[in-house]
Ligand binder design. Structure first.
Ligand code: ADP
Length: 606
């Protein structure tokens, strides 16, 4: 498998893992709480502009209870308030007060009479705690109501904040619509509320609310849109005119007497009373200001896109563009809930955000620890191969030029016999040199591929070293370097003569190449316990420890060697080591910068 494909495969695996973790995270309580917080934040950041509302709130607040006999007098006061409201001809009146049990007969009678005079009366009903049926107002009240609406709200999930109400509830096989929805029906003069699996229609309005989700409605809370009038004001004879033609919601907001209070995205410390929530829900439906949940698939797709784009960018774009694209996607993943919210669509914020951050860390680590390292290594290798190639091409050009020149001279001119001889000898020598060079390179290839066989034979080491010394002599003479041999004459061993000569010659020429002028290079050998020890010592530029460690890698050259002006390919030593290892021996280096080096080869004597 190619490196690119492997990278792409790993990246895909990381993106998939990131996506899976992010998706699971979005379903945890932590993810849900995160979504809630983002939702509430967006709500506060982009509150709807206050509009003149068709609804109005008449509330039994602290003031009303203080001035008019508290909760004990609620029914009597409610009757008086309703009478005042009925006079103004409101569009509808929704009463969010539990009237399930019978009260004081005269008060109940007055309240029933007030209800009788109220147009579009909607009364509250509550579900029995065990869900077996509905707690409806007693018949004398109920008779006058055009509808009954349930007053359940929804908290959470994961917290006590009300963001949605449920439009439809069923108890004991009997369905009730929400108080706010019934109030809307009455206000718009519709006879029925029509339900389909995906929405609820009333009087020409279609309210998106899925049946299989429990028919939720996201309440678009707004501040200041719905006028609030204290019941105390009406009881004290204050003007009721602002209520004319409105849909009036009546309920208790006094903290001491309203148990159905919940926080909303807009509440700052003080929870909102149930009746206010119903009025807000009514306003939401009336204005058609719906917030629709994005399908789960879309959220997961957004998370997948974020993961794939970020991990992909970090592992495939290896310059700054990778980080730039990743940052842009990260930003977009966070902006997505905001962008969607502006389009009245609610998207889970946790899945794309978690996917983006995890992808950033996962992809970033992958890029740093794997992709970059691999790229750097392969770039360095390519560069070394190119250098080697240039060197080889250059080295071959020298004999070729000589051959070309000499053969041209011979064919063009009528040269004296002696000169012709000299030139053809040169051609012969240079083509042999070329052939040798090619053979060496081919051998190197074979050696690298492990295809080279040893042709072992008994040999005298001193003779072999002498031959190398002779060959290296011209090089040494140029730098006035003394080549000394301390190889005992009697030292014999079994080895591949050609390969061993190649190795010794390489060590020798390296010693000469990397030594300053007028120094000494010594070759020595000894035999002990069946091991032949051969060493080459110079007084040259030397190497530090980290350089010594990399010395035998193909194409490796030290900085000092590069700066010395000596040409080289960095292949020689890697071949030397292979040759030594083929002989089941080992090679060791002792060196220090500026203090010379000693290469020691240990071979079995056999
Ligand atoms: P080349 O000599 O063609 O560069 P080699 O594989 O023979 O390649 O050597 C690899 C590198 O090892 C050299 O480039 C040089 O940096 C270092 N080296 C080898 N021998 C010596 C030495 N005797 N003294 C200092 N450095 C050496």
């Amino acid at each position: 498998m190619s490196a690119e494909r492997r990278t792409a495969l790993y990246a895909a695996a990381i993106a998939a893992a990131v996506w899976a973790v992010a998706a699971v995270f979005s379903f945890t309580a932590l993810g849900g709480q995160f979504d809630n917080n983002v939702y509430d934040f967006l709500f506060r950041a982009a509150p709807p502009a206050p509009v003149a509302s068709p609804a109005a709130l008449v509330v039994f607040d602290e003031r009303t209870f203080q001035q008019h006999g508290g909760i004990r007098r609620l029914r009597a006061n409610l009757a008086r308030v309703i009478e005042r409201i009925a006079e103004t001809r409101p569009a509808a009146v929704a009463v969010d007060v539990t009237l399930a049990d019978a009260g004081e007969p005269s008060e109940d009678a007055r309240l029933a009479a007030a209800f009788a005079r109220t147009p579009g009366l909607v009364l509250a009903c509550e579900m029995m705690p065990d869900g077996s049926g509905w707690q409806d107002p007693p018949e004398p009240f109920r008779r006058h109501a055009v509808a009954l609406g349930h007053v359940s709200t929804l908290a959470g999930p994961y917290d006590e904040v009300n963001r949605r109400i449920t439009l439809e509830r069923v108890a004991g096989r009997e369905r009730r619509w929400a108080l706010s929805l019934e109030a809307l029906r009455v206000t718009s003069g519709a006879a029925d509320i029509l339900a389909s699996p995906s929405d609820v229609a009333v009087g020409g309005r279609v309210i998106p609310s899925r049946w299989d989700d429990g028919r939720p409605l996201r309440v678009r809370y707004a501040e200041g849109g719905i006028p609030v009038i204290s019941a105390a004001e009406l009881l004290a004879g204050g003007a009721a005119d602002p209520l004319a033609g409105k849909t009036v919601f009546i309920g208790v907001t006094a903290i001491s007497a309203a148990p159905d209070r919940l926080f909303t995205p807009l509440s700052r410390g003080l929870p909102m009373a149930g009746v206010a929530i119903h009025a807000q829900a009514f306003q939401t439906m009336y204005a058609g200001a719906f917030l629709v949940d994005a399908p789960l698939g879309l959220t997961l797709l957004a998370a997948l896109l974020a993961a794939v784009l970020i991990v992909g960018a970090l592992s495939l774009l290896l310059r700054w563009q990778g980080w730039a694209l990743a940052a842009a996607v990260l930003l977009l993943a966070h902006a997505l809930p905001w962008i969607c919210f502006r389009q009245d669509v609610v998207v889970s914020a946790s899945a794309p955000a978690a996917a983006a951050w995890l992808a950033l860390f996962g992809g970033g680590a992958f890029r740093y620890f794997f992709v970059r390292r691999r790229l750097e290594a392969s770039e360095a290798a390519t560069q070394r191969y190119q250098q080697a190639f240039h060197f080889v091409a250059h080295e071959m050009r020298t004999p070729l030029t000589a051959i070309q020149g000499s053969s041209e001279l011979i064919s063009r001119y009528n040269l004296p016999e002696a000169k012709r001889r000299e030139l053809s000898d040169m051609i012969n020598a240079e083509s042999k040199r070329l052939a040798r060079m090619i053979t060496t390179f081919l051998d190197v290839e074979k050696l690298s591929a492990g295809q080279m066989e040893l042709r072992l034979g008994e040999l005298e080491l001193a003779g072999l070293v002498d031959s190398c010394r002779r060959r290296a002599a011209p090089l040494a003479e140029k730098k006035r370097i003394r080549l000394t041999s301390r190889v005992p004459d009697e030292l014999r061993l079994k080895a591949d003569a050609e390969l061993l000569e190649y190795a010794v010659y390489n060590l020798l020429t390296n010693a000469v190449k990397y030594s300053p002028e007028e120094t000494e290079v010594v070759v020595g050998a000894s035999a002990e316990n069946g091991v032949v020890r051969l060493w080459v010592t110079d007084q040259g530029i030397g190497m530090d420890e980290s350089e010594v460690k990399q010395l035998f890698q193909k194409f490796y050259r030290t900085k000092r060697a590069e700066q010395s002006g000596e040409t080289g390919t960095g292949i020689g030593l890697s071949i030397v080591r292979q040759i030594v290892e083929l002989h089941e021996g080992s090679i060791h280096v002792r060196s220090a910068p500026g203090q010379g080096s000693t290469f020691t080869v240990l071979l079995p004597a056999r």
